[in-house]
Design a protein around this ligand. Structure first.
Ligand code: THU
Length: 304
């Protein structure tokens, strides 16, 4: 395998890519043109593993571990050229599964050792990234200085900085608005006189149907049922079986994360990386996945 390399990098949303391009050219960066990139992220247990296919350009497998810091961060990664991307993708998909696919158009500019990426990411919009590849043994201060210089020239503001990868952002993308509305309506109809904690849940199936449920409590307390269980019951009764997205709404101040039992219930019907949005009546407060909520779990395929 190739030796590990290090990058110093930042990522930011870009409100005005044309302006950023002008500023980069004014700085003296050289325009290398636009590359279409498709990154397939595999569902590996630690770190990140993605197959990058680019046009023009070849394919490479990139393994990396990156701390998700908003400010300048350092990532260590390995790059392996790939001669047969289709075959590699199929092999890794069979062995590990695909987490998410991120497609983008990247305009690449170079200024000294800093790569400037003007990215238009499908489903996420325009971003700008700065990356300085570190020399072996460098204490990174030089690379940090170069990145800071380009950042100032491009006028990238603190509020625009983003942590995490495009893969995380793609998974956490805004929930289906109709699903959110359904979960909110269900929360409004919850029967929770004992806890005073109404919850609504809605699931969207892979074929695009939506089912909602609310928590239903009972004077015999243990007979109470969670909103997720109600929504899944409605889905099964409606003939659905594959959940692609979940919204759980609780109107209160407390974030309502699915209870342990409901994580297992969802596990029966949904893949590890489908989004689970936790919301209140105003906004989505947290987006997660079963991979995060229920690691090392038993599912229907274990018994098959
Ligand atoms: N509840 C849900 O409906 N979903 C969850 O994921 C957590 C808890 C309900 C159960 C009970 O009616 C109330 O919230 C307080 O626990």
């Amino acid at each position: 395998m190739s030796a590990a390399r290090r990058n110093v990098e930042i990522k930011a949303v870009d409100p005005d890519p044309a302006r950023t391009l002008e500023r980069a050219l004014a700085l003296g960066a050289s325009d290398q043109g636009v590359i279409a990139q498709r990154d397939t992220y595999f569902a590996v247990p630690t770190g990140r593993l993605k197959l990058r296919e680019q046009e023009p350009g070849g394919a490479e497998l990139i393994a990396y571990e990156r701390p998700d810091e908003v400010t300048v961060r350092v990532s260590a990664y390995r790059l392996v050229p790939v001669a047969h991307p289709g075959e590699l993708r199929a092999a890794l998909e069979a062995a590990a599964g695909i987490r998410v696919v991120v497609a983008k158009q990247r305009r690449l500019l170079l200024w000294r050792t800093v790569r400037i990426h003007l990215d238009d990411v499908e489903g996420l919009g325009p971003f700008v990234e700065l990356e300085a590849v570190a020399d072996a043994g460098s204490d990174l201060s030089g690379e940090r200085g170069l990145v800071a210089h380009v950042r100032a020239a491009l006028a990238i503001e603190d509020a625009a900085l983003r942590e995490g990868s495009y893969a995380d952002a793609a998974i956490a993308a805004a929930p289906d608005p109709d699903l959110l509305a359904l979960a909110r309506e269900a929360a409004g109809r919850a029967y929770a006189p004992y806890s005073g904690f109404p919850v609504g849940a809605a699931v969207r199936t892979a074929d695009g149907r939506r089912f909602a449920g609310a928590n239903v409590e009972n004077a015999a307390y243990p007979q109470g049922q969670c909103a997720e269980a109600s929504a899944l019951g409605a889905m099964v009764a409606g003939g659905g079986s594959d959940v692609a997205e979940v919204v759980v709404v609780s109107p209160g101040r407390e974030l309502c994360a699915p209870c342990g039992g409901c994580r297992q219930r969802l596990r029966e019907f949904m893949p590890a990386d489908a989004p689970i949005h936790l919301a209140d009546l105003e906004r989505v407060r947290y987006t997660t996945t079963l991979r995060a909520l229920l690691p090392l779990s038993l599912g229907p395929e274990s018994l098959a």
